[in-house]
Design a protein around this ligand. Structure first.
Ligand code: EPZ
Length: 416
């Protein structure tokens, strides 16, 4: 299995271009199944999760073409088949096939989804939504079997503003008879990205990006076309890297509003940032200030950025805290930073980070996607060499991470 070898200490300068958002793209690809014949998506990131989703589309008898900066999918011969475990367990986002296949065929058989080990991650809210639309959901062995004679519009309140449940219910509701209202819906940009795709294929959706989304069921959808939004978490990761060891590092092709909370907290931490249209210019922060972070649903501070941000806080003079309000166990990577010399302790959902600590290279095992990204950042500022194992977890969410970092002067390479 390949590993990442990182030599710390280089100052990074130049341009990093942000790719299409993993968390948008993994919902947009299953959504193409709502189209009768074809769909086109621009700026799909070339990452492992997308490879798996394309394999699932092939199993469902779809044909796709990957062009320079877009993918077209031909769904004319779409067949409803069971989605095998070896693919559905590769990522959490395989569950979006529930919403689309239920809408198209009124029947889905799919093995349990996978996903990073950061908490229990149940899908009770998705199932509550499908049942509200008239489906029955059974669990047989490790499969969900979801069926409906017909789907009727309903008023669905989400106890938690779940991103996945909001998107999955929106997908299923596109073909439900009448009106569906999702209340306490998630407001993440991914929701808007998916809704604009559905609208392009003829769906009638209003309120995406707010807490109340209204979907008018339609008979037929086709010719969907959209562009994947820039990856806000990839952007946040590289802006934080610039604050750690950049010199006029340009993070390009971002939508600033999508990472507003992260930029505000970076400013609180004393990081000077220059925001110009769709790029951020950031340099190493001379004096990082201790900061309190509370992860929230959008537009609050994103949980996916707390692990990379932890690395910055190890360099703050004083004690910082991160309160993780979205997942039950997202501090494993902080424990690994301690192996490199950081001083973090977690009590319940609060991580305490005592800085400033000098980090030293180490050989570590990547625990999850964003934790892996945090270890890459730590390796880039640590003294000596860091070797990361199990890096498929990183490659599944950061397009061309080695190439992008090498281009700005990082000493990082894939080794066997
Ligand atoms: C999406 O996961 C993202 N993944 C996650 O990113 C991200 O952390 C999360 O949204 C929050 O922004 C993808 O989009 C593929 P949720 P999702 O449903 O949809 C609980 C990354 O690093 N919950 O908003 O699974 C759940 O357990 C990944 O890119 C229920 O209890 O997130 C969690 O504690 C990690 N029941 C919280 O809500 C449900 O039915 C947030 O989940 C659904 C969720």
């Amino acid at each position: 299995m390949p590993k990442l070898k990182i030599e710390g200490g280089n100052i990074l300068t130049g341009d990093i271009n942000i790719s299409g958002s993993k968390n948008s793209a993994v919902a947009l690809l299953p959504a193409v199944l709502l189209c009768k014949s074809t769909a086109t998506i621009y700026k799909v990131p070339k990452i492992r999760d997308i490879e798996y989703l394309l394999k699932i589309l092939e199993i469902l008898n779809c044909k796709y073409e990957i062009k320079e900066d877009f993918i077209t999918v031909d769904t004319t011969k779409l067949k409803n088949k069971e989605i095998p475990e070896e693919l559905s367990e590769q990522m959490r986002a395989s569950y979006y096939f529930m919403g689309t296949l239920l809408a198209r065929f009124k029947r889905v058989s799919i093995s349990f989804p996978g996903g990073c080990n950061i908490g229990a991650r149940p899908i009770d809210l998705h199932i509550k939504g499908f049942e509200a639309l008239g489906a029955t959901v059974k669990i047989i062995k490790n499969k969900h079997i979801i069926e409906a004679k017909e789907l009727k519009g309903a008023r669905i309140y989400l106890d938690f503003a779940s991103v996945g449940a909001t998107i999955n219910i929106m997908l299923a509701a596109t073909h439900a008879k009448g009106q569906t209202i999702i209340e306490n819906a998630a407001r993440e940009p991914e929701i808007v990205n998916v809704a604009s795709f559905l609208i392009s294929m003829g769906s009638k959706i209003t309120g995406a990006g707010t807490s109340t989304i209204i979907i008018e069921g339609t008979k037929e959808l086709d010719y969907g076309i959209t562009e994947v939004f820039p990856d806000r978490i990839e952007a946040a990761t590289y802006v934080i890297l610039g604050a750690l060891t950049g010199k006029d590092l340009h993070i390009k092709g971002i939508i600033k509003d999508h990472i507003n909370a992260v930029l505000i907290k970076l400013k609180d931490a004393g990081v000077p940032l220059e925001v110009k249209n769709d790029e951020i210019i950031v340099s190493k922060c001379k004096k990082v200030l201790p900061t309190k972070i509370f992860t929230q649903v959008y537009p609050g501070f994103p949980t996916d950025a707390q692990q990379p941000f932890t690395v910055l806080l190890t360099q703050a003079e004083g004690v910082s805290t991160i309160t993780e309000n979205i997942y039950e166990s997202r501090f494993v990577s902080a424990g690994l930073l301690n192996v490199m010399g950081a001083d973090t302790t977690s009590t319940g959902n609060v991580l305490r980070i005592k800085g400033k600590t000098k980090l030293k290279g180490a050989s570590l095992y990547t625990p999850d996607l964003r934790g892996g990204a945090a270890l890459v950042l730590a390796g880039l500022i640590a003294e000596g060499t860091t070797i990361l194992d199990n890096i498929s977890l990183i490659l599944r969410g950061y397009e061309d991470i080695v190439d992008k970092l090498q281009k700005v002067g990082a000493k990082i390479e894939l080794i066997e």
